[in-house]
Design a protein around this ligand. Structure first.
Ligand code: GLC
Length: 476
């Protein structure tokens, strides 16, 4: 079966978040499981010479975006058995940031047109186009439209995956014809209409043959207004074609036994390297060298839905505990400022790093003891899985994929792989942090939990098969 996987970011070429990790690792797993997968993404300025030197120029053509006729060059590159296509248009994609431009609608409308228009020009026909998030939401819609004229497109099935329902691609009504080149009925029949505007995500929910999201619990949560940001009605109406499939992580990339970013590699059977990573992390961050104080880490975009207001609310009570606290991430000013201020107060025990660095992130996953992720909502979350793979026990709020991957330690049965609370409440979180910190003193139990987490299966094997199952049902 041929699968074309479309995403607006793909690791290791270009990454701002978890979407890139998934788009970088799921296609490889699908390919290993026996399908033929090709991935298509924009050729951003941020994709460096290292990758560009390996690309082959295939062809160029002009994409029709409403009344515009716009250049498109197609490049390709092969890596780990997967073919990657890069859509080249410097005007749209040679910019510093991936998102956040005044013309994002036009940029990703163009990308979706380019994907649909390049298909008949390839020497390969996909059975399924798998789209991800609002940036690719127009693809199922364009395939329906163009399929009326081009029979080969009409036979292609579509899957649309929601990685985060909060970002929907909402634009003014007037953009439907003039910018996206779609007939008025996409608005009039309600498929793309949203509060008098148009919503690309809503259109994809209606037009795609199947919808997935990135954990079973989030699929349930999406029926409720608290989580679905206005999409609850249309998603409930389409529940028959909605399924939650838990993300995996790339266990070859995230592997403490081989990770070149670590000060010392280690395994579940020999954890001595983890202590060394902790010591080097403390040294690198200017914390006191205290092997027996648990380090609680938080690596996150510093935005409200990550639950950081819970942390800032009880930060001073947290710091009364015998812990060190490490934050890494950029985001909203009030959170950055709260952590930077706290650093002044606890210079030897708190480290606030308001930036993003993937090598420091890996050193933190390896050197910390606990990983805090109190998200208000979390479609899947990958960090908690990465932390567990590195023997760092998660403290999470039970929502979305956090609920599906972390089960709280039960002192009576010994079951569980981390710590969890369910209500969005700072003192509930604090209570669980206290429990975790006191359990840390019991080295024997702690070791068992570390080993349990490091030996758990966070690979794509099971979930890739679930996707394959969906593809084959659609194609039959
Ligand atoms: C988004 C979600 C995150 C998920 C990731 C990959 O970034 O917020 O929870 O893990 O997509 O699907």
């Amino acid at each position: 079966m041929n699968i074309l996987f479309a995403a607006s970011e793909v690791a290791p070429f270009v990454k701002t978040g978890g979407l890139a990790d998934v788009a970088g690792s799921l296609p490889k797993a699908l390919q290993r499981a026996g399908s033929n997968v090709r991935v298509i993404l924009p050729l951003y300025g941020a994709i460096g010479a290292h990758w560009r030197n390996q690309m082959t120029f295939l062809f160029h053509f002009n994409v029709t975006l409403a009344w515009r006729s716009v250049y498109c060059g197609l490049f390709s590159l092969e890596k780990d058995g997967v073919t990657y296509y890069f859509v080249d248009n410097e005007h749209y994609f040679n910019r510093n940031e991936l998102y956040g431009h005044y013309d994002d609608g036009e940029r990703f409308g163009y990308f979706c047109r380019a994907v649909v228009e390049c298909i008949p020009k390839l020497d390969w026909v996909p059975d399924v186009v798998h789209c991800n998030d609002w940036q690719t939401a127009l693809i199922p819609i364009y395939l329906k439209e163009d399929g009326n004229r081009i029979p080969m497109l009409a036979s292609i099935r579509t899957v649309f995956t929601i990685h985060n329902v909060e970002y929907q691609g909402r634009y003014g009504r007037e953009t439907l014809e003039d910018l996206f080149g779609l007939p008025a009925y996409w608005y009039e029949n309600g498929a793309m209409e949203y509060c008098g505007d148009i919503s690309l995500m809503k259109g994809a929910i209606c037009a795609a043959d199947f919808i997935t999201t990135v954990s079973p619990t989030y699929a349930q949560e999406l029926h409720y207004a608290f989580y679905a940001h206005g999409m609850e009605g249309i998603l409930s109406g389409n529940a028959h074609k909605l399924q939650g499939i838990l993300n995996g992580i790339d266990i070859d990339v995230y592997n403490p036994a081989t990770d070149p970013a670590l000060f010392q590699t280690y395994t579940a059977d020999d954890l001595s390297g983890k202590a060394r990573n902790k010591q080097e992390l403390q040294r690198a961050l200017g914390l006191n060298l205290e092997p027996d104080l648990p380090i609680i880490a938080c690596i996150s975009r510093l935005v409200p839905h990550k639950g950081l207001d819970l942390v800032t609310t009880v930060l001073s009570q947290m710091m009364e505990l015998p812990i060190q606290f490490v934050v890494l991430g950029r985001g909203d000013w009030q959170f950055e400022q709260a952590f930077v201020n706290a650093r002044q107060q606890y210079p030897s025990r708190l480290s606030a790093n308001t930036m993003y660095s993937s090598s420091l992130a890996m050193n933190i996953y390896a050197g910390a003891d606990l990983f805090l992720m109190p998200s208000k909502s979390e479609p899947c979350g990958l960090s908690q899985m990465i932390a567990m793979r590195y023997g760092t026990l998660p403290i999470v709020r039970q929502t979305g994929g956090l609920k599906d991957t972390v089960s709280p330690y039960n002192q009576y049965t010994g079951e569980g792989n981390g710590f969890a609370f369910s209500d969005y409440n700072a003192h509930d979180m604090l209570h669980v942090i206290r429990e975790a910190v006191s359990l840390y003193q019991n080295r024997e139990i702690w070791h068992t939990l570390m080993q349990r987490d490091m030996n758990a299966d966070f690979s794509w094997n099971k979930s890739a098969n679930e996707y394959l199952h969906i593809y084959s049902r659609l194609v039959q």
